[in-house]
Design a protein. Structure first.
Length: 76
């Protein structure tokens, strides 16, 4: 039996991940903070000197998971 594979789903997922990445950049920029992506880990450098390490569980959803964490950090 053949596996079903949807190219449209893969393209949609890539597009959504790019949207989440841009949203992360916008949120962090708004607070004059910065983040660095290195080896699948996001280092969020806050202007108060605090560094937050965000280590997503799944690399395919790196920006979605990062967005969830960033949203929680900045809404608190």
């Amino acid at each position: 039996m053949r596996k079903r594979y949807s190219i449209e789903k893969a393209e949609w997922s890539e597009t959504k991940e790019k949207d989440y990445e841009q949203e992360c950049r916008d949120i962090v920029f708004k607070f004059n903070d910065e983040f660095v992506q290195r080896d699948g880990v996001i280092y969020l450098n806050r202007k108060n000197g605090q560094t937050v390490v965000i280590e997503p569980l799944n690399q395919k959803t790196l920006w979605y998971e990062t967005w969830l964490t960033i949203k929680d950090i900045y809404s608190a």
